[in-house]
Design a protein around this ligand. Structure first.
Ligand SMILES: C[S@@+](CC[C@H](N)C(=O)[O-])C[C@H]1O[C@@H](n2cnc3c(N)ncnc32)[C@H](O)[C@@H]1O
Length: 412
């Protein structure tokens, strides 16, 4: 699975789902921890491996690199696996694909067990280059956050990106309250966080396999993501447009906030995801949702909308904790491309908004090009819009995903 992610750019969660089929819950949890950890910490692991092997990891055969990353991850970051077991397992693994490298893997990992912890402890994050190695991100990302947030905030954010994500759920108010959900969950959890429908489980559990999920009583959704529908603040009877809607966490939340007494038009370009969105709306009893399969940038409204939400594709840099491969997938180039798509969708949203209506733009990323600068440019293009509110959540401060949420109103 790791080789598919490292060598073919496969998505870590999908690749893992395939190979973890058939494992029991405990083995699956361990496989997830290993696979996600080795992908997430790749930057730091490669630094240590290069030091110990005396050559850059990209000069090693791919199966050798994968075995070293897996072995070093266990040695450096997992307490439950004895070092000798991590070494032996990795040597066995490499024997299958590159038997002649078994000696090298054995020698590097043995040294890793002796010297690796000291090498990692000595890493600093004074500069973006050092921070990239210590916190295991590409250098451009460390530099971006140092420049845009300042060094202290950037270091805290980078460190938070390697912490486990909180297990947040949203109680579907069309079915039950958060307190009622808490009483029925199979794991300990707590309430009292913002927003009021949020529950945070104290341990991971198979939320998607739960009967509560099947009954539409809840769904996994980060607390930051749950703030978005509240920013839209839809009222019963409102006409609401959700322009990038699948898989539907926010669409169905909008429906719940109106008591399912509004009209919610949910646009999604990808056909398969539009089907998934329909299924989510059905499961969550959101009968007021009408799914439109189409391009949001080309959407034209026969009648204007009271509320419009734009939650466009973005670089996702606020969600590094739950998407271990994302940091290696995103590039400055992909951010530049996304800003063009976002801008076209924002313009369609502004055109669909009624006078006096509210427009909310949200992303799960932390890059000014996709956030603050998008809103500044919109306000310059559209003097009929005024900015009411901006909120940014930060993983290290708010213990949820990093989101940007801007609410604007149409004045004319
Ligand atoms: C960030 S996700 C939306 C998440 C969703 N709002 C939720 O809370 O579950 C962006 C979605 O927009 C869709 N998308 C991308 N470009 C689009 C376009 N031009 N028109 C409509 N949908 C688009 C993607 O397929 C993806 O499902």
């Amino acid at each position: 699975m790791l080789r598919r992610v490292f060598e073919q750019g496969a998505y870590a969660d999908r690749a893992l789902r395939k190979v973890a089929e058939g494992l029991d819950a405990r083995d699956r949890a361990f496989a997830t921890q290993l696979a996600f950890g080795a992908v997430q910490r790749r930057g730091t692991l490669d630094h240590v491996a290069a030091h110990l092997a005396d050559r850059p990891v990209d000069r090693l055969d791919p199966p050798v690199a994968a075995a070293l990353r897996l072995g070093l991850f266990q040695i450096l970051y997992l307490d439950g696996v004895p070092d000798h077991a991590a070494v032996d397992e990795s040597v066995e693994l490499v024997k299958a694909d590159a038997p002649r490298a078994a000696g090298l893997v054995n020698a590097v990992l043995r040294r890793g067990a002796d010297e690796g912890p000291r090498i990692v402890a000595a890493l600093t994050d004074e500069t973006p280059e050092q921070a990239a190695i210590r916190h295991s991100v590409p250098e451009w990302l460390a530099r971006l956050w140092f420049d845009e947030l300042g060094p202290d905030e950037a270091r805290a954010l980078l460190a938070a990106g390697n912490q486990p994500a909180e297990h947040a759920l949203r109680a579907n108010a069309l079915v039950l309250t958060a307190r009622e959900l808490l009483a029925r969950l199979p794991v300990a959890a707590h309430l009292g966080l913002e927003p009021e429908e949020a529950i945070v489980a104290d341990a991971p559990f198979d939320a998607h396999g739960s009967p509560l999920f099947a009954a539409g009583a809840m769904l996994p959704q980060s607390r930051a993501s749950q703030l978005v529908a509240h920013a839209v603040d839809p009222q019963p009877g409102d006409r609401v447009l959700d322009l990038c809607a699948a898989p539907g966490g926010k669409t169905t939340h909008l429906a719940a906030l109106t008591g399912d007494e509004g009209r919610i038009v949910a646009v999604e370009r990808h056909a398969g995801r539009a089907d998934q969105l329909r299924a989510t709306a059905r499961r969550l009893h959101a009968g007021s949702v009408e799914v439109v399969h189409g391009d949001a940038a080309a959407f034209t409204a026969a009648e204007p909308f009271d509320r419009v939400l734009v939650d466009p594709p973005c670089s996702g840099l606020g969600t590094l904790r739950s998407r271990p491969d994302l940091r290696w997938r995103a590039t400055p180039q992909s951010i530049a491309e996304l800003t063009g798509e976002q801008r076209a969708i924002i313009d369609a949203a502004a055109n669909a908004l009624a006078p006096g209506g509210r427009l909310v733009y949200s992303t799960c990323t932390l890059s000014t090009a996709e956030n603050e600068r998008q809103i500044d440019a919109l306000l310059a293009r559209r003097p009929d819009l005024a900015l009411d509110q901006v909120r940014t959540t930060l993983p290290h401060r708010d213990r949820t995903d990093g989101f940007f949420i801007a609410a604007l109103s149409r004045t004319l």
